[in-house]
Design a protein around this ligand. Structure first.
Ligand SMILES: *Cc1c(COP(=O)(O)O)cnc(C)c1O
Length: 221
C-alpha cells in the first residue's frame, strides 16, 4: 500500500467516526514504525497493538503523546512491560489478569484504564468473559479490591461472518450489557466494538470506539 493510500484511508475513518463521537484506534500490529509516524503526522494519536513486546518497542521509538491500546490477549507475566505507559487495555478476560494489572499499576504509581473483554461471538476460540462473569466482576465490592484499575467499559468481537443480522445481534447484546452495567459503574464510558469488516454495524449499534487495522494499514501477513 502506498503512503497516499494509507493517509486517505485514515482520513476517511477519522471523518467517519465524528458524527458518532467515537474514537478511532488505528491497529498497527505487525506494521512498521514508519507507517505509524505517517499516521501520527496526520493527527492520529490512538494506536493499538496485540503484543506487549512490540508495543513496548514502538512506545520507546515513537512520540510520547501516542496513546497505546492493548487489544490482544495479555498474559499476566507481560503486564509489567506495558504498565508504565499503556493508555487502555481492551482485553481483560479474567480476574487474575485484573489483579496483576492492579499490582503493576500500583508499582508504577498510576491507575490503568481497562475494558472487560466479553465473548459475544459464536467461535469457541475467541477469548473473553461470559456476560455473567462480566456482571459479577463489575459488582462494586469486587472492583474495590483493585484501586489502581479503572474499568472504563467493554470490548467485544463479533463472529467472522457475512451474516449482518448475526453481527448486529451480537453487537446489540453487548451494547445492552454495557447500558446495564453503566448504571452500576459510572466510570464506564467506552464500548469498544467494530473492526475493518464490521465497524459500520458497530457504530449503528452504539460503539464509542472502533479498532481498524487492515483497512488503514493494508493486509497483514
Ligand atoms: C487485529 C485486531 C483488530 C483489527 O482488525 P482489522 O480486521 O485488521 O481491522 C481489531 N481488534 C482486535 C482485538 C484485533 O486483534
Amino acid at each position: 500500500m502506498t503512503d497516499s493510500n494509507l493517509l486517505s484511508a485514515l482520513h476517511s475513518y477519522q471523518e467517519e467516526v465524528k458524527p458518532y463521537h467515537a474514537t478511532l484506534v488505528a491497529i498497527s500490529k505487525t506494521k512498521p514504525q514508519g507507517m505509524i509516524q505517517e499516521a501520527y503526522q496526520q493527527g492520529q494519536r490512538d494506536f493499538g497493538e496485540n503484543k506487549a513486546q512490540e508495543m513496548t518497542d514502538k512506545h520507546e521509538a515513537l512520540p510520547k503523546d501516542i496513546k497505546w491500546h492493548m487489544v490482544g490477549h495479555l498474559q499476566t507475566n507481560k503486564v509489567k512491560y506495558i504498565a508504565p505507559f499503556v493508555h487502555l487495555i481492551h482485553s481483560v478476560d479474567s480476574e487474575k489478569l485484573l489483579k496483576e494489572i492492579n499490582k503493576q499499576a500500583a508499582k508504577n504509581q498510576r491507575i490503568i484504564n481497562v475494558l472487560l473483554q466479553v465473548h459475544i461471538a459464536e467461535e469457541e476460540s475467541k477469548f473473553g468473559l461470559s456476560m455473567e462473569e462480566a456482571k459479577v466482576l463489575v459488582k462494586k465490592e469486587k472492583l474495590s479490591e483493585y484501586p489502581n484499575v479503572l474499568v472504563k467499559g467493554l470490548m467485544g468481537m463479533a463472529t467472522l461472518t457475512e451474516n449482518e443480522d448475526k453481527i448486529r445481534g451480537e453487537f446489540r447484546s453487548l451494547a445492552t450489557l454495557y447500558t446495564e452495567l453503566r448504571t452500576h459503574l459510572p466510570s464506564m464510558d467506552t464500548l469498544s466494538m467494530g473492526m475493518s469488516g464490521d465497524y459500520k454495524i458497530a457504530l449503528e449499534e452504539g460503539s464509542t470506539m472502533i479498532r481498524i487495522g487492515s483497512a488503514i494499514f493494508g493486509a497483514r501477513n
